[in-house]
Design a protein around this ligand. Structure first.
Ligand code: ATP
Ligand code: MG
Length: 584
């Protein structure tokens, strides 16, 4: 069955863009303190009426949902104010960065729907220009080569309450600095024996301003520049100058860079070049998961998950494999808004946005996770009947499909009990239920396993007059069950996922342990003998469905014609809606 929402068919359509304002009224456009600044700058013509943003990932891991927030914000602002958006890799650390990460980041941002046209840049492309900027600062007497070791520099940096000490090399002549810096580039010195520092103020109340390191010697191969350089600029010296080179107007970043802003400004002022405005916002935290590339890498490397794209991971590739749609992630990013104070968003909101979206687009099918045989004793043996079922009650244009009905079916084990509790509307001895799209059946007797006493088969009678859509279909019974025909159903493996972490805040670990102590040992349950309706034969990886009464599921990338594999994207049970209701 071809799904209308596989990723490949999505790509063919004209891409809907993040933050697009087509057809939106002004009041429905997002507004926040950053957009207020941008609007004001446009009014005062601060950057000649230009708006130009960027997303600057370091290619040292896969993108996560926190990065999605930053992408939606930067790209959304560019679209809303008819500006431009760049993708720039901040690739200044040759040791931790890899081409694999670059490729995954490009794929993920495209998938989210952000578009940088031909403006894909790498900070490493600016290494020569950055080197020249550093030379300019040396010539101005604003930078010097320091022969102290990293330890010595750390020890003389001072503390929040005490000023640092000037380096004995701080007052080298410009000529000596230029000579040494040139020889650092030429590869004359070993790693770590010299650095270039900005000459600012060792007594500054802001530690970032105490003669920060601009360049370090590192004889390491870079994923793009190879062995051309053995001298690499620091993040702080690279970031603002790269923004400037690209003509960025609003350099939006997360709050931890607030204390770096004076340095960002200092470099640009001293160099006298185009000066974007850095604006900080609160990073996204989501409950029951972690958004730190370093920690996510640990989970991958130590085998706690199967990879960066494990469907339990909060990475974009993990969410995609899990069955998330780009639209649901964009809606989530819009709903959480942009703030100046750190907070944690309940993961239930992310799931809620996903359900809302999948409810509209996912075709309904029937699947049984834990099959229990059900025999309809008064249904003719060998007979097969075609029934009609709507694909999506929310969207008639998604059409109908045929279902095969026969004497032996599977229902969900959970849908039968021998001794029903109060308010049990599912099947039990002597009780009637409707089989979805089919007939009303009544449980007549059960067959048990002699040894275990478990019910292994339920025998029922059916009322042929009660066919769905037929004249007497109106007869009411309280429960409706999903089912598949035993002879026609396909076998499938279905993977159920729980939260990756048990604690809402995984970093909240006991003394002596870390976030990994909070990993949920039951975050993955594999059901290997599930049965799904035959319409799912050959379902393409990435296709999404609602399994009636169970939740939304997505065909895993490992799925094949021989062996269907599904991931449960999200259950139908909406905890966010409940939380909202309780608050009202
Ligand atoms: P991590 O902490 O996961 O390693 P990072 O900040 O080091 O992330 P970068 O590649 O430097 O990762 O991030 C690229 C951009 O994404 C930066 O502008 C950063 O501020 C932003 N960003 C990273 N994490 C979040 C988050 N949780 N919420 C919002 N924006 C984020
Ligand atoms: Mg970073």
């Amino acid at each position: 069955m071809k799904s209308p929402n596989t990723d490949s068919s999505n790509n063919k359509k004209k891409k809907e863009k993040v933050g697009t304002n087509v057809g939106k009224t002004d009041s429905s456009l997002p507004s926040d303190f950053i957009r207020d600044i941008v609007a004001e700058d446009l009014k005062t013509n601060k950057y000649g009426g230009r708006v130009h943003t960027r997303f600057p990932p370091e290619p040292n891991g896969y993108l996560h949902i926190g990065h999605a927030k930053s992408i939606c914000l930067n790209y959304g602002i560019a679209v809303q104010y008819k500006g431009l958006f760049n993708l720039r890799f901040d690739d200044t650390n040759p040791i931790k960065e890899e081409v694999e990460y670059v490729e995954s980041i490009i794929e993920d941002i495209r998938w989210l729907g952000a578009d940088w046209d031909d403006r894909l840049f790498y900070a490493s492309d600016y290494f020569e220009q950055l080197y020249q900027f550093a030379v300019q600062l040396i010539e101005k007497g604003k930078a010097y080569v320091d022969d102290q070791t990293a330890d010595e520099i750390r020890e003389t940096r001072g503390t929040l309450t005490e000023p640092g000490q000037d380096s004995p090399y701080r007052n080298r002549s410009v000529e000596e600095n230029l000579d040494l810096f040139g020889r650092m580039r030429a590869g004359e010195f070993e790693d770590g024996c010299r650095v270039l520092r900005a000459k600012i103020d060792m007594a500054s109340g802001n530690l970032n301003m105490r003669d920060p390191v601009m360049y370090r010697i590192l004889h390491a191969e870079h994923h793009r520049t190879g062995n051309k350089w053995c001298l690499y600029p620091t993040y702080d010296f690279t970031h603002g100058q790269s923004d400037s080179i690209e003509g960025i107007t609003h350099s939006i970043c997360t709050l931890e860079f607030e204390d770096h802003r004076p340095l960002y400004d200092w470099y640009l002022n001293e160099l006298g070049i185009h000066h974007p405005q850095q604006i900080e916002f609160a990073r996204l935290n989501v409950s029951h998961t972690i958004l730190s590339k370093r920690k996510l890498l640990q989970l991958v490397e130590e085998g706690h998950v199967t990879g960066w794209d494990d469907p339990r991971m909060p990475t974009i590739s993990g969410l995609r494999r899990r069955g998330y749609t780009p639209e649901s992630i964009r809606t989530f990013c819009e709903r959480i808004g942009v703030a100046k104070r750190d907070s944690t968003v309940d993961i239930a909101l992310l799931e809620h946005c996903l359900r809302e979206d999948l409810n509209k687009r996912a075709p309904r099918v029937m699947a049984v996770l834990r099959p229990l045989r059900l025999v309809i004793d008064n249904y003719p043996e060998g007979q097969t009947e075609e029934l009609e079922a709507v694909n999506n009650p929310e969207d008639a244009s998604m059409g109908k499909r045929k279902l095969l009905f026969s004497r032996v079916l599977y229902i969900e084990k959970d849908d039968f009990v021998e001794e029903p509790p109060k308010k049990w509307f599912r099947l039990a001895p002597g009780r009637e239920v409707r089989l979805k799209h089919a007939y009303i059946i009544k449980c007549e007797r059960v067959v048990k396993d002699e040894k275990t006493g478990d019910v292994v088969e339920v025998h029922c009678s059916y009322d042929p007059e009660t066919k769905s859509g037929g004249a007497k279909a109106g007869r009411k019974v309280k429960g409706t069950l999903h089912w598949v025909s035993a002879a026609h159903a396909l076998e499938a493996e279905i993977r159920l996922y729980g939260h990756l972490f048990l604690e809402a805040n995984p970093n909240d670990a006991e003394e002596g342990s870390d976030f990994k102590a909070n990993l949920n040992p039951n975050s993955l349950e594999r059901l290997t003998v599930c049965r799904v309706e035959p319409n799912l034969a050959g379902a393409a990886p990435g296709s999404r469905y609602q399994f009636l009464r169970l939740g939304y599921f997505c065909v895993d990338q490992s799925s094949s014609i021989e062996k269907l594999v599904f991931n449960r994207t999200v259950s139908l049970h909406d905890t966010w809606a409940k939380i909202q209701k309780a608050q009202r």
